[in-house]
Design a protein around this ligand. Structure first.
Ligand code: ADP
Length: 390
């Protein structure tokens, strides 16, 4: 009996276990079904949200005043907004960016380009970023035509205001030499004047008129401001040329003139004549401020992306009270000075993105440093002359 009856414990346990497992399995299935239903609801909701976000993003990009162009891995336009289409013209989808970029022309400002012709030309600032996924690039085009026009207007107004101030000073500056020239030429009419005296008076009149001529030339240079040219030239080549020009003056004044250029074949992009004129002026001032036996030195060095022209003399130096006024138009301590040389030199340096600094103390000479930014590697002299959208 006991042999026929399977032990309750051994039989009951797997039976109960099986029943339990089936129940558990059913429950697990139910849970799984519930979870997967929840998951698929969540997934659907998420998909809805993604669709909603994509739609909002498309609306947002479409409404952006800036042009947005998304490029695929191959550099072709995947997506773009209407601002980009109206800037670059027509349907852009699928077109290679290189072909579209051909309508953009470089300007004098890095990162800013013009598109379109003459009166309809727009000025855009272009920025580019790679997508994090590495799937392509995004190009942003900002229409900066109005901002640029306003910037030009502000610059013009500033120059006009400076000129207004200068005109007031100029009237005063012109009156004295003109009165002297009139007086001397009036004297020439005197019949009793001996020939030698007549010649002396005529010389004085001529001298005053030459001064007036110089003053007017400097005035024109100062007022010229915006019409600077743009050429590429070697820094050491310019320095060498200036040394050549100034040597006779230094020799005549018995001033020892030395120069060094550490810039190799580095080049500058700008108005060679105006920059040469600015450095010439600094050198002339240095030679004039130096007694016979003194020394003047010109050096050009590269520091980072800047070139420094240093003009050092061991002449009389500059009083602190004068240093603050050095660059003011008409400030001069020389009887025959126009006081415009440094004002023009600083104007030229600033128009090239640089500046002039001065270090000096009375009796200890002076150091003028004209610093200019080097052109960026992508700045080409082949860039067309700045086109101003009207
Ligand atoms: P100008 O040479 O016609 O006087 P600038 O603007 O070139 O006009 O110079 C203004 C003044 O700055 C000069 O009259 C002079 O007093 C002073 N100055 C310029 N450079 C030097 C220098 N290297 N040493 C001493 N004084 C200087």
């Amino acid at each position: 009996m006991s042999a026929e009856t399977p032990p309750a414990a051994t039989n009951a346990a797997p039976g109960a276990g099986q029943r339990l497992d089936a129940a558990q399995l059913a429950e697990a299935f139910e849970m799984f079904a519930r979870a997967s239903e929840e998951l698929s609801t969540a997934y659907n909701a998420l998909q809805g949200q993604v669709a909603q976000l994509t739609e909002r993003l498309a609306v947002l990009i479409g409404a952006l005043p800036a042009g947005v162009v998304m490029l695929d891995r191959g550099g072709r336009v995947g997506q773009c907004n209407s601002a980009a289409e109206s800037l670059l013209g027509g349907d852009l989808a699928g077109r290679p960016w290189d072909e579209l970029a051909a309508v953009l022309h470089a300007t004098e400002t890095p990162g800013e380009l013009t598109v379109g012709e003459e009166t309809g030309a727009r000025r855009v600032s272009l920025s580019e970023a790679a997508l994090e996924s590495g799937e392509g690039r995004i190009i942003l085009l900002h229409d900066v035509t109005d901002a640029h026009r306003m910037r030009l207007q502000v610059e013009r107004n500033e120059r006009l205001a400076a000129m207004g101030e200068m005109v007031a000073g100029l009237a005063h500056q012109l009156r004295t030499p003109l009165a002297a020239a009139l007086l001397y030429t009036g004297n020439l009419k005197q019949p009793e004047l001996a020939p030698a005296d007549r010649a002396r008076v005529a010389d004085r009149a001529i001298e005053r008129m030459r001064y007036l001529e110089r003053l007017i030339r400097d005035m024109l240079l100062f007022a010229r401001g915006d019409s600077l040219g743009r050429q590429r030239f070697g820094i050491c080549e310019l320095a060498g040329e200036l040394v050549h020009t100034l040597e006779p003056l230094a020799r005549a004044r018995q001033v020892d003139f030395s120069s060094a250029c550490d810039c190799g074949d580095a080049t500058l992009l700008g108005d060679r004549k105006a920059l040469g004129g600015a450095i010439t002026n600094l050198l002339e001032n240095a030679i004039q401020a130096t007694e016979a036996g003194g020394a003047v030195d010109l050096s050009a060095t590269l520091e980072g992306d800047t070139v420094h022209f240093r003009i050092r003399d061991n002449g009389r130096g500059i009083e602190p009270a004068h240093q603050a006024r050095l660059f003011d138009p008409f400030f001069t301590t020389r009887a025959d000075g126009t006081g415009l040389g440094l004002a023009i030199a600083r104007g030229v340096a600033r128009a090239h993105g640089g500046d002039i600094a001065v270090e000096s103390s009375p009796g200890k000479g002076a150091l003028f440093i004209l610093s200019l930014p080097l052109p960026r590697p992508d700045e080409g002299d082949a860039a067309p002359a700045p086109k101003e959208p009207s």
